[in-house]
Design a protein around this ligand. Structure first.
Ligand code: HEM
Length: 261
């Protein structure tokens, strides 16, 4: 999904399901930006492994299948966490593995989180992972349950999330205490942060391989787009206060609306 299709002027804000058929092999394939992305992934994996990597013993089979899916043959790591790190240094997207009917997060490497802490999510079922997002489980919980119950082995879907952030930094782990958006922010400091996601039911183990790629788009670029500029303004204007706060926009919302006008 192109970022300019994310925002509607006719519908008020609600959490988007945004699900469409995907291609996990294409999603996880190398891109022309790969060298820079992998260099940065290697940096975070080496310097802050406990913030970005996780592995629980029950992930072993799913991880082995993900390693085969990724075509990883030579591994430098030892044990489950070492294998996760190898995969994290090889694949451009961030990834998490989820297993069982409640979709427990059992392993993964997330170098570029969007203001959430990956290390807090290992061991949790998906509904608990989503618990900090106000109203999400109430609005989408049943849809998510149905979607995953019907997700066939080998099937692949894609979806897109968005947020606004103060920089184009890929790694926005909360532990880095990066500057947040405020009422005084300048136009060049505001970025649309798009999360392209892949959901793939591994055919052998039935685990879900969840992938995330980040795309940053400057606010000036969004503003210049005839539909996306007014669409983003409408989404912000109709967003419930709790969601505005969750997205880190409590003090910046009015300023961003001003910048989009
Ligand atoms: C159909 C599937 C899914 C939908 C519709 C969905 C939807 C969402 C939405 C709307 C948000 C809030 C983002 C925002 O507005 O800023 C969110 C946050 C999040 N989602 Fe999902 N999601 C899905 C699958 C997953 C999966 C499989 C994972 C893997 C663990 C996941 C992990 C997260 C995390 C970690 C957050 C941030 C939570 C936090 O701030 O603590 N999601 N999701």
């Amino acid at each position: 999904m192109h970022w300019s299709d994310l925002f509607s002027v006719s519908d008020d804000f609600r959490y988007p399901l945004n699900l469409r058929p995907g291609d996990a092999s294409a999603f996880f394939s190398a891109t022309s930006d790969g060298d820079a992305i992998l260099a940065e992934r290697r940096h975070w994996i080496a310097s802050a492994p406990s913030q970005h990597l996780g592995f629980l013993p029950e992930a072993e089979d799913a991880l082995a299948e993900a390693v085969t899916f990724a075509g990883l043959t030579r591994t430098d790591g030892t044990g489950g966490l070492g294998l996760v790190a190898d995969l994290g240094r090889t694949l451009e997207p961030d990834f998490l593995l989820l297993i069982g009917p409640m979709l427990h997060v059992v392993a993964g490497c997330v170098c570029f989180p969007s203001m959430w802490a990956p290390e807090e999510k290992f061991g949790l079922p998906l509904a608990s992972v989503h618990a900090p997002v106000p109203g999400l489980n109430e609005q989408l919980g049943k849809h998510l349950e149905r979607f995953f119950a019907q997700l066939k082995p080998g099937a692949s879907w894609a979806r897109t999330n968005w947020g606004l952030s103060r920089s184009a930094e890929l790694n926005q782990h909360p532990g880095r205490n990066l500057p947040r958006l405020t009422a005084e922010v300048s136009p060049q400091d505001v970025w649309l942060r798009v999360e392209h996601q892949s959901l793939f039911r591994l055919p052998g183990t039935g685990a879900v391989l969840f992938g995330i790629r980040i795309e940053n788009v400057s606010l000036a670029h969004v503003r210049a787009h005839p539909q996306a500029g007014p669409g983003l303004a409408h989404q912000l204007a109709t967003m419930p206060a709790a969601t505005v706060a969750y997205k880190g926009l409590a003090s910046a919302k009015e300023r961003i609306l001003e910048l989009l006008a």
